[in-house]
Design a protein. Structure first.
Length: 159
């Protein structure tokens, strides 16, 4: 179940997009996706009818077959462009919680600790007093998870 429209953006909001429907939801473990996303793996969804509604991603040709899209303003990884329907980084969606991956690919490159991540000790929010004090000082400059009429938004960094 998804909301309509399906939208998302980079962290600063200079690049926003909409897609028609959620395509295949996957996690890719290949070394190139690890590097491009800057994480252990790349959660991606094929994005039929991708439309840039503010700005557009800048492309880096990461191989003879694939271009990687990212925001030229803030660096957020956004796309994996291989075919006519690029894939979008699930974390860039306004509602990533609605996009549960259904398949893993390139598992031969999976980092050896990934399968154990769910077993790591978890600190609940608000329990650690140092974390609570730190979080209380955070003023976010991240674009909100919604379309806005103007960019940069009112909460943009001014200091
Ligand atoms: Zn950005």
């Amino acid at each position: 179940m998804t909301t309509d429209p399906i939208s998302g953006d980079c962290q600063c909001g200079a690049v926003r997009f909409r897609i028609g429907t959620l395509g295949e939801l996957s996690i890719c473990h290949c070394r190139m996706c690890q590097k491009a996303i800057g994480s252990f793996d790349a959660p991606l969804v094929t994005a039929p009818e991708l439309t840039w509604t503010r700005g557009a991603s800048k492309l880096f040709q990461s191989s003879n077959k694939v271009k990687r899209g990212f925001c030229a303003e803030c660096g957020t990884p956004l796309t994996y462009d291989y075919s006519s329907d690029p894939e979008i980084a699930i974390g860039a969606l306004d509602h990533p919680e609605l996009s549960t991956p259904i398949v893993q690919v390139c598992v031969a490159d999976k980092l050896p600790f990934v399968d154990g991540l769910a077993d790591l000790p978890a600190h609940a929010n608000g329990v650690d007093s140092d974390e609570v004090r730190f979080m209380a000082t955070i003023k976010t400059y991240q674009h909100p998870d919604t379309d806005t009429d103007v960019w940069p938004p009112a909460n943009a960094q001014t200091d």
